[in-house]
Design a protein around this ligand. Structure first.
Ligand code: ADP
Ligand code: ZN
Ligand code: ZN
Length: 740
């Protein structure tokens, strides 16, 4: 019988992970030992018994077998935070492909001595009445930024400084003028604790509507019955989802358990946080990218010690070491940022389900435009679906006009602005109302289409748009299929067939030509290199320093501009032809969000969607704000083509120093997969960006109806890579969100 060895970590901290110790598993413990279990091992020269955790098992001895010691015993211990973390890491490793060490580093916080970081807060020194009188004054003088700050100071006596200049968009000059007036002072703190102090913790509690009540009651009843489930809450912005989360969390906390609230970073607004602080006070904390590793570690320590009950943050908040999580809320469940972009490429939704399983917790997913995955599972009966239909904040959905750009061309308008959009823009400018122009470009929008008939060049095998490559014609990013770029449209014979290039800068120029003197702000990758610049643009627009905001998708998320009454989508086709199977879904989401930006305030809004494919179902249903109809058509496409969620897909990426080496490695791996598994393979082909930093990238995709089979394929590939001992490296991406 072969020996069995276990990798054991005696100090489960980030820093020691790279150095596990190997022990022999004695015969009596065979079959009993699993990854994550706590064991007692003899340690060091004196063989002092220490407790450790098993992070891996194998038959290969990495050291001298004669000098490898035996595990003493399995430590009988109730399941603790460490066990769960290790079990979770093992699950991530298995399902997404990475090393155990990488997976452990993902779930464990990096220990760091917290350098006494300076944290500044703005504290009010005047009393509430004096602040209110200042507020009246700045209102009269139309000092909007100052007004916003004072408004906050009425409700609370202390605000983190970075929120003042960040989310509230108030300049340091404005703060200084209030300091001079003796209204506030800036205070430095040394340690990081709760960033918010509220004078009135209590909030005006709302009586839940019948629809909200039904959700809350169902979830709580299941939790109390010891059968927590997964719930999908489908409701437009303003339909009261957050209010339901608050109610649920309150009930969970009352039962002595904890809650994790996942919110995409971009939607983590000050207003949302305040609602949580008002309800849970000091017992809530935030985890976001502005925290240093030391601060994050501090938050984890507080969670472990039972100092907080609720954590709010993006993806990684899922790994907060709470002793007993009762509920995980995932707001804006459809957001792409929930998928990790570096290895292990885990998806927060599936990982949340596993964390919930380990704790016996409920999972509530919320979205106005649910991901196909979540809606599909709900339809299959795996998740329970609830729909909130009414908007509780008032404000009507905007009137939507879809403009056919083919017709514009036929009738002689070659501008990037349709006549309808020009008219409406002129109208808003004359009334002093604001507009947003939205360029929904994403990823590699190198598609080629006909401006006369709307025909898009597509891959005959994968049914996704082909991308134009300089000098290499048109290419499919999935399977590598290529063909020369046509000079005439194969559909209608028109010569107006070309790539689609329009940048935000170009739009700004054209807008200036059309409306001389128009005040314009631009938001895209170029103008938002820093976090501050992003905030600055948003607050300048909120302060009405511009008439028109032009930007890419970053402008349609999370922010409310009540004075915006017109939204123009310049070319819905840009995301519709993005060259991957999620193009339709992403377009529907973006258009729905964009359209929803108009008419948030008291004034009714209008939206214009310009497109060469006005009959595409994603455009038609987004214009009608009809999610169900969109889903019905989209799921047919996924089923027909075998794309997720109807099936599963694994991207195998190869990284190589030489083109030849990468190509060969990808081909050998693909061959090995093909000869052992009955599955559908696309590629190998060069990745959409063929070379980054002198590293060549190749990729192939495997489609299969069972996820488990893809895990086996990953394991096979990992085995081959070890066997061949090649210098190329490989990464796996399950159900990828983007083309590689
Ligand atoms: P969502 O999270 O779906 O965008 P919110 O929970 O933020 O919706 O609710 C939108 C607005 O409606 C908020 O201002 C909230 O205070 C208010 N609201 C929510 N539920 C109720 C209710 N039952 N009664 C009155 N107002 C409510
Ligand atoms: Zn054509
Ligand atoms: Zn293809």
């Amino acid at each position: 019988m072969k020996e069995l060895y276990a990798d054991v970590i005696v100090d489960i901290s980030h820093e020691k992970l790279d150095k596990p110790f190997q022990y022999r598993v004695p015969e009596r413990l065979r079959g009993k030992l699993e990854t994550g279990m706590c064991v007692t091992v003899p340690f060091g020269n004196g063989n002092k018994p220490l407790q450790g955790y098993v992070i891996g098992l194998g038959e290969e001895c990495k050291f001298d077998p004669a000098r490898t010691k035996d595990i003493l015993e399995l430590t009988e211990k109730s399941v603790d935070v460490e066990n769960r973390m290790i079990a979770l890491a093992a699950w991530i490793r298995k399902n997404y492909g990475s090393t155990m060490i990488q997976a452990l580093k993902t779930v464990l916080p990096a220990k760091q001595t917290v350098k006494q970081l300076e944290h500044r807060t703005l504290e009010r020194i005047m009393n509430r009445e004096e602040i209110i009188s200042l507020l009246g004054e700045s209102r009269r003088k139309k000092q909007v930024a100052k007004e916003r700050l004072l408004q906050e100071l009425v409700a609370q006596e202390s605000i983190p400084y970075e929120w003042v200049t960040g989310k509230l968009g108030v300049s340091s000059q404005t703060v200084k003028s209030l300091e001079r007036a003796g209204a506030v002072r800036v205070v430095s703190h040394e340690s990081f604790r709760n960033p918010v102090k509220l004078t009135e913790k209590s909030e005006q509690r709302k009586e839940l509507s019948a629809a909200q009540r039904a959700v809350a009651d169902a979830v709580i009843a299941d939790l109390d019955a010891g059968q927590p489930g997964v719930y999908l809450l489908h409701g437009i912005t303003g339909s009261g989802k957050t209010e339901v989360y608050l109610e649920l969390i309150e009930n969970v906390v009352k039962r002595g358990r904890q809650a994790v609230v996942l919110i995409p970073e971009i939607a983590l607004t000050y207003q949302t946080l305040l609602r949580f602080y008002r309800r849970f006070g000091d017992r809530v904390s935030v985890m976001n990218s502005t925290l240093s590793p030391g601060e994050k570690y501090d938050q984890c320590k507080r969670a472990r010690q039972g100092e907080i009950d609720v954590i709010i943050g993006p993806r990684s908040a899922l790994f907060t070491p709470f002793p007993d999580i009762g509920i995980i809320v995932m707001d804006e469940e459809h957001e792409g940022s929930y998928k990790s972009e570096s290895s292990p490429k885990y998806h927060a939704r599936e990982t949340a389900l596993e964390v919930a399983r380990l704790h016996g917790a409920a999972v509530v997913l919320g979205s106005a435009t649910p991901s196909l995955e979540a809606y599909y599972r709900a339809r299959q009966g795996e998740y329970r679906l609830f729909t909130l239909k009414e908007r509780l904040t008032g404000g009507q959905l905007p009137a939507v006009h879809t403009v056919d750009l083919r017709k514009e061309l036929k009738e002689g308008n070659r501008s990037i602005f349709s006549r309808r959009l020009q008219e409406l823009l002129a109208d808003r400018l004359s009334k002093g109302e604001q507009s947003i122009l939205f360029l929904n470009r994403r990823g590699y929008a190198g598609f080629v289409s006909c401006r006369a008939c709307g025909h898009v060049m597509k891959c005959p095998h994968c049914d996704v748009s082909l991308s134009e490559h300089r000098g290499a014609g048109l290419k499919c990013h999935y399977c590598g299929y290529s063909e020369p770029k046509p000079t005439l449209c194969p559909e209608c014979g028109s010569k107006y067939i070309s790539g689609f290039r329009a940048g935000t800068q170009q739009i700004e120029e054209k807008l200036g030509e059309l409306f001389p003197g128009v005040r314009c702000l631009r938001m895209d990758g170029d103008t938002t290199k820093t976090k501050e610049s992003y905030q600055q643009i948003l607050s300048a627009f909120a302060n009405q320093e511009a008439d028109v905001l032009i930007g890419t998708q970053m402008i349609v998320k999370g922010h409310d501009f009540p004075k915006v009454t017109l939204v123009g989508v310049l070319a819905a086709d840009l995301s519709l032809s993005a060259g991957d199977y999620r193009a339709g879904e992403r377009t529907f989401q973006l258009l729905t969000q964009a359209v929803g930006r108009a008419g948030r305030g008291v004034l009714p809004g209008e939206a214009v969607i310009q497109t060469y494919q006005p009959d595409h179902y994603a455009v038609v249903h987004a214009a009608a704000q009809d999610y169900e109809s969109f889903y019905e058509e989209e799921i047919l496409y996924r089923e027909l083509m075998g794309y997720p969620p109807a099936a599963h897909m694994l991207a195998v990426q190869v990284f190589a120093r030489t083109e030849e080496g990468g190509k060969k490695m990808a081909e050998r791996l693909a061959e090995a997969v093909k000869s052992s598994f009955d599955c559908q393979l696309m590629g190998p082909a060069p990745a959409s960006i063929e070379k980054i930093n002198d590293i060549f990238r190749f990729v192939f995709y495997v489609k299969c109806s069972e996820y488990d089979k893809l895990i086996q394929i990953k394991d096979l590939a990992e085995g081959k890579i070890q066997e061949w001992q090649r210098p190329e490296t490989v990464q796996f991406d399950f159900d990828p969100m983007n083309v590689m």
